[in-house]
Write a protein that binds this ligand. Structure first.
Ligand code: IFM
Length: 477
């Protein structure tokens, strides 16, 4: 049935991802301290349907079964995040032994199941106590993060070899501190947010130093920003160039860009485009800051969901091409744009000269369990097939792509959107906590088993069986 081979290297990592606050629940169990997400979700009107992650998928208590399910679904890698306030309830100082023990057991069970843990240190659940001390605005915040990283690395690095520092700083700083939809729900001026961002970059650098110098297993380290991806409207060289320039742009009123984050980390300086765009609002870089931020990394983690179509206008000006009527979009209303997984990795690997790993990609749908007890998410299968073929195209052209993590392993708490969206390969019934692997989970298992070759399986052309349907009655109106 499989006629072609993929271009993914034999060592390619296939996996799925999730984050602590989105799946663990147990928000105050066994000594965990509150996070800014516990704070925000307790304020009526902030989250869709006033949902919260207090219970979520109750993965904290169900992790063993969840791991067995992942194993049976063929996973060999799983990207998880550590909850900082579960490990250090006040963010610094005292360590919550029971919290750290949880991650210890989680890692052990994963390894026993043959699943490699890829650990993210920070996926947005910032300790509330540190928020009260100024949070990312406090110049001490990089040091707090370093202290936390040290605790985690000390405990887990004899078994964990894959690390990511920050997940999507564009979101926890942009949505959390500038526009306020996400925790901690602040609406600060851009100057302050850029200062907080600078501290987050320093925190990243310090945590890389800790991992590099202290890890027992040889570490493979990256960070996981959200890729702001563009693709060309046509095959013309001018449009391709416009797409590349769009991905290297910084816009003056927000943080949605690649290079304000990537350049200091990989090149040791803020980009000229960014300094021009932000002007005097840009942070004052102190001596030694860039040396701290610019730690060697092993990969660039790309969280990529969609892409903006652009073309070269008059004089080469970048023009955004508006979506046509009825163009495909996800339940989140994000455009379905498979080219994202070709152009994004091509740009990012090219600019920074490091291997890339797709650390998140997927789509939200409004899935439900059908009459036959299964979840028939054919749109997710088609979406993934289209996107992964584009990633394969990038690999075929020599882009150094090392892995792909689907977002998400299971449906979960989608931040300000509550439980409105379902991103999982596994359906979660939040009332009963029953898990039901969706059709896409079985389809993805075969993709993983064949290292992507099954993406090129002949499509199933068999006619749906409508044989038993009664004849249509055509009566005059
Ligand atoms: O659910 C989020 C995740 O936490 C971060 N990246 C995007 C996902 C979908 O919105």
């Amino acid at each position: 049935m499989t006629s072609l081979r993929s271009s993914f290297p034999p060592s390619f990592t296939w996996g799925a991802a999730a984050a602590a606050y989105q799946i663990e629940g147990a928000w105050n169990a066994e000594g965990k301290g509150p996070s800014v997400w516990d704070m925000l979700t307790s304020q009526p009107g902030r989250i869709w349907m006033n949902d919260s992650g207090r219970e979520a998928c109750n993965h904290f208590h169900r992790y063993e079964d969840d791991i067995l399910m992942m194993r049976d679904l063929g996973f060999k890698a799983y990207r998880l995040s550590i909850s900082w306030p579960r490990v250090m309830p006040a963010g610094t100082g005292a360590v919550n032994k029971k919290g750290l023990d949880f991650y210890d057991r989680l890692v052990d069970r994963l390894l026993e199941a043959g699943i490699e843990p890829w650990v993210t240190l920070f996926h947005w659940d910032y300790p509330y106590e540190l928020f009260l001390r100024g949070g990312w605005l406090n110049p001490e915040s990089p040091r707090w993060f370093e202290e936390y990283a040290r605790v985690v690395v000390d405990r887990l690095s004899d078994r964990v070899g894959h690390w990511m520092t920050l997940n999507e700083p564009q979101c926890f700083l942009g949505l959390g501190h500038l526009t306020g939809e996400h925790a901690p729900g602040l609406r600060l001026g851009l100057e302050e947010v850029l200062l907080a961002s600078h501290h987050a970059l320093l925190a990243h650098g310090r945590s890389v130093q800790v991992i590099r110098s202290q890890a027992v297993r040889k570490p493979f380290i990256g960070f996981a920003p959200v890729g702001c991806i563009s693709h060309p409207a046509t095959n013309s060289v001018a449009d391709a160039d416009a797409a590349m320039r769009a991905m290297a742009s910084v816009y003056p009123d927000n943080l949605w860009n690649n290079i304000w984050w990537g350049d200091p980390i990989f090149r040791g300086c803020y980009p000229e485009e960014g300094l021009r765009a932000y002007g005097k609002l840009a942070p004052k870089v102190q001596p030694g800051d860039m040396e701290t931020i610019n730690q060697p990394l092993d990969f660039y983690g790309c969280n990529i969901y969609s892409s903006t179509k652009v073309r070269a206008g008059d004089g080469g000006r970048i023009e955004v091409v508006a979506a046509g009527q009825g163009e495909a979009h996800t339940h989140f209303l994000w455009p379905v744009s498979p080219e994202a997984l070709y152009w994004g990795p091509k740009f990012l690997a090219g600019r920074y000269g490091v291997p890339v790993v797709i650390t998140e990609n997927g789509l939200s749908l409004n899935d439900w369990v059908g009459l036959d007890g299964r979840v028939h998410d054919s749109a997710r299968i088609d979406f993934l097939n289209l996107y992964l073929r584009q990633l394969d195209r990038a690999a075929a052209e020599g882009v150094d792509v090392r892995g792909y993590f689907h977002w998400s392993i299971m449906d979960n708490f989608e931040w300000a959107e509550g439980y409105k969206h379902r991103f999982g390969l596994v359906y979660v019934d939040y009332a009963t906590q029953q898990r039901t692997p969706k059709d896409s989970a079985y389809w993805f298992r075969r993709v993983m088993q064949t290292n992507g070759a099954s993406l090129y399986d002949e499509p199933d052309q068999s006619e749906p069986s409508f044989n038993n349907l009664p004849e249509l009655q055509t009566s005059p109106l």
